[in-house]
Design a protein. Structure first.
Length: 94
């Protein structure tokens, strides 16, 4: 999985401080709505929640096991952090 520079969840943009530097930014987008079909196709990592409409699921790079509002965003964040080897005690280091 490419290193993500920005994450869009439910219309909110989450941009971590610091970063890799250089290169383009890969954006993740989490949705369930047909109105977001264009966006999910254009981002680097498009995610449909379990209860998304069929068209969104077909366009997604990943479909969550959880429904929207029932832990889907947490599932995606955990997936991304684990893929970047950032999951674990280092989350709590300041």
């Amino acid at each position: 999985m490419p290193r993500l520079g920005r994450i869009i969840v439910g219309g909110f943009l989450i941009e971590p401080t610091g970063g890799e530097g250089g290169g383009g930014v890969v954006v993740a987008f989490v949705t369930d709505d047909l109105a977001d079909l264009v966006l999910i196709k254009r981002v680097g990592f498009g995610v449909a929640v379990a209860n998304a409409c069929v068209e969104v699921k077909m366009a997604a790079d990943y479909i969550t096991g959880r429904k929207g509002g029932a832990g889907a965003v947490r599932e995606v964040v955990e997936l991304i952090l684990k893929a970047q080897d950032l999951w674990g005690p280092q989350l709590y280091e300041h």
